[in-house]
Ligand binder design. Structure first.
Ligand SMILES: *Cc1c(COP(=O)(O)O)cnc(C)c1O
Length: 222
């Protein structure tokens, strides 16, 4: 199956209104261009250096989403062009993005990453830390950051009910933040959850944005 066929099959499987982020990390420019020619414009990358290289050579109307762990010392490099950062996992990172965005007069759309999986290694705020952050109001001072929602990953497991309950936990956290802090802000609306192996469950649990890599581009060669 070609990238184009995989992309079209994936798009067909998504209900209307769900944004597809085609996760192109570790895949070459040719594969990205094939998806681009088939109409895809939103791509996700998880490493700064790789993203910079790709952004320089690929079409300028691609919307690049950053989905991996972002070190504060690398923020500056992606601020001029990044369309959405999914992976805000500390207030320090938010503050750094705000500072660099201010310097060049941009407002950067961001999602807070919430840790709902059982694995210890996953980055992100716990649901409780997330609610505390919004309660503290500190995010309001970051005028050059626009918080548009939450992102999370389920555990890497075959256990569908566990995956479902983790996505459900994230959705409940989203609803609580939305109702309490953004009831009349239509732009706080994104719930980024679901990858190749679990996105149908994520959609059933309320995802608005799925991040799909291997299903479109094939297995990654590290
Ligand atoms: C790599 C990655 C994906 C895509 O994973 P697939 O299993 O290839 O669909 C999604 N989200 C994040 C944060 C990733 O790092």
């Amino acid at each position: 199956m070609s990238v184009t066929e995989n992309l079209n099959d994936t798009l067909k499987s998504l209900p209307k209104g769900i944004t597809l982020v085609a996760v192109s990390k570790f895949h070459p420019n040719e594969s990205i261009l094939e998806a681009y020619k088939a109409g895809q414009r939103v791509f996700g990358e998880s490493r700064v250096q790789e993203l910079i290289e790709k952004q320089k050579t690929l079409p300028s109307d691609i919307q690049w989403h950053f989905i991996g762990h972002l070190q504060t010392n690398k923020v500056k490099q992606i601020i001029p062009f990044v369309a959405l950062i999914h992976s805000i996992d500390s207030v320090r990172l938010l503050s750094e993005i705000d500072k660099e965005a201010k310097r060049i007069g941009r407002v950067i759309p961001c999602l807070l990453q919430i840790h709902v999986a059982q694995e210890e290694t996953k980055f992100g705020f716990s649901p409780e830390e997330c609610l505390n952050l919004f309660a503290s109001g500190t995010y309001i001072d970051f005028r050059n950051v626009k918080l548009k929602g939450l992102m999370g990953m389920a555990s890497l497991t075959e256990n569908a009910s566990q995956i479902r309950s983790e996505f459900n936990c994230l959705k409940q956290c989203f609803d609580q933040v939305k109702q309490t802090y953004f009831p009349s802000d239509a732009s706080f609306r994104e719930l980024s959850m679901g990858m190749s192996n679990d996105y149908p469950i994520a959609i059933e649990e309320g995802s608005t944005m799925v991040r799909i890599g291997s299903l479109i581009f094939g297995e990654r060669v590290y």
